[in-house]
Design a protein around this ligand. Structure first.
Ligand code: ATP
Length: 256
């Protein structure tokens, strides 16, 4: 239904000088849907999600994300307020803060400094702070990190750090969650469990837009997959169709 469209892009594109990083993408993403973006290095995946999250403005086409039109002046924080949250290719955690504190910092925009002062000098936390802690704990439970809430983020395994980033993104209660290579560096067991987590978020009604090089995991996780190559959509559809598509096989296996 049109009412559940959270992302709607029409001929969206981005050029850097003569380089067409993304060409003319049409896309809708619905609530509860997992939409995957795959493609070789430099295909335009990051550029596309950067446009969807207003980190970079499009040079052609139009788009609306959670009711906010994408334009040259759309600010990323405006989209965050509207309900967009994302993780990045590079893990961005405060290594010396606990898992719980990392979720608090991310979810409630408390600066690290303020948080530390409160934790150190105000042991009798005010009600709003207790609520914040309860909500942050709920996100750790959701991603399976409840028993590691007080562990320093830097001491967590790589897979757990990736989960913690998702918990932090979830703390703002997003309608659209954008994940940039969430399975990078994960082994098969961790990736399978991440896949389950992503499906459970979709079951809660969150739309998930995910970039990932682990094609096997993407085929198992996504409702639809868009395959980009040199900024162009070379295939778009259900995982079963994507896995059989000759152009996809060529892009991944063919010589360049
Ligand atoms: P990867 O899987 O390596 O992250 P990607 O699919 O995310 O790749 P992009 O990072 O979106 O690809 O890059 C797409 C194209 O746009 C590449 O040719 C890249 O060199 C170019 N590009 C991206 N950002 C810029 C920029 N700020 N200035 C110039 N060119 C850029």
């Amino acid at each position: 239904a049109a009412g559940s469209e959270l992302v709607s892009l029409s001929r969206l594109g981005k050029s850097y000088g003569g380089v067409h990083a993304v060409q003319s993408v049409d896309l809708t993403v619905n609530a509860g849907e997992v939409l995957g973006l795959i493609g070789p290095n430099g295909a335009g995946k990051t550029t596309l999600v950067n446009m969807v999250t207003a980190l970079t403005p499009p040079t052609t086409g139009t788009g609306t994300v959670l009711g906010v039109p994408l334009s040259a002046t759309t600010k990323a924080h405006r989209l965050a307020q509207a309900g967009v949250a994302r993780t990045f290719q590079q893990i961005k955690l405060f290594n010396r803060l606990s898992a719980l504190e990392n979720v608090l910092v991310g979810g409630y925009r408390i600066t690290q400094d303020t948080l530390l002062r409160r934790l150190l000098f105000l042991p009798s936390a005010r009600r709003s702070e207790r609520e914040a802690v309860a909500m942050a704990s709920a996100q750790l439970i959701r991603v399976g990190l409840a028993d590691k809430a007080s562990n320093a983020a830097g001491d967590l395994s790589y897979g757990d750090q990736r989960r913690l980033e998702i918990a932090r993104a979830l703390a703002s209660h997003p309608s659209l969650l954008v994940l940039d290579e969430p399975a990078a560096g994960m082994n098969h067991v961790e990736a399978a469990s991440l896949s389950e987590l992503i499906r459970s978020l979709a079951a809660d009604g969150i739309a998930v837009l995910v970039i990932e090089h682990n094609v096997r995991m993407m085929l198992a996780t996504c409702d639809r997959i868009m395959v980009l190559n040199f900024g162009e959509i070379i295939a778009f559809g259900k995982p079963g169709d994507i896995a059989r598509d000759p152009r996809v096989l060529e892009a991944y296996l063919g010589s360049s």
